[in-house]
Design a protein around this ligand. Sequence first.
Ligand code: TMP
Length: 232
Amino acid sequence: MTHHGLFISFEGIDGAGKSTHIAGLAEAFRAEGRSVTLTREPGGTALAEQLRGLVLEQAMDPLTEALLIFAARRDHLLRVIAPALLRGDVVLCDRFTDATFAYQGAGRGFDVQVLATLERWVQSDEGLLGDPAGNQPMKPEVDSVIEPHLTVWFDLPPETAALRLADARLPDRFESQPLAFFSRVAEGYAQRQRGHPERFARIDAAQPRERVWQAVRQVFVEKGWLQAAPLP
Ligand code: TMP
């Protein structure tokens, strides 16, 4: 990718506790003068948020579910993620395509070959990284797939996540799934990490929150994307 932005996704089973760390990173990047686009999937645009509502609340078959999630992703990439990367923003995205492989693929048992095909179609940068007027793409290597530069994976045993979720708000269609579903999703994430070891940073999310934060921050410091915290 020839743009100057940074695309970072955050993953993990429900209850893994990503949100506060994503907010902390946004603050840390802004404190260093970077422009941050904070977004989420499914969602991030008016249309994609509507699709999110359907996916989280309505019963539907697995293909419909996967198609709606990828439709939301296309709109999100087109309207928010690609323009932000072209501007040079740091894009912090709460979940992205690894979630589809973990939840729809491993969790629901949906055909991962079909997911991989949808991924190529939807994330093809042809038409995504062109100039805003929709003229010629600004980059020569069209047809590559837009994916995160880094995926921070909050790894937590499903049993621990279930305990954390027990006190949570009214569960949606995913949060209300049984433990066995989340065990498959967790394994789905582990498989994704094995397939993309260079892109994934695994964080032990069972540690106390402050330790998790230190571990997350350290990943960004080691990449040279954030400065090391000053000594107290
Ligand atoms: P959130 O509660 O972390 O915002 O995520 C919404 C739910 O949507 C969560 O249970 C995971 C699920 N999901 C999928 O099943 N597939 C996907 O591709 C994405 C992005 C989320």
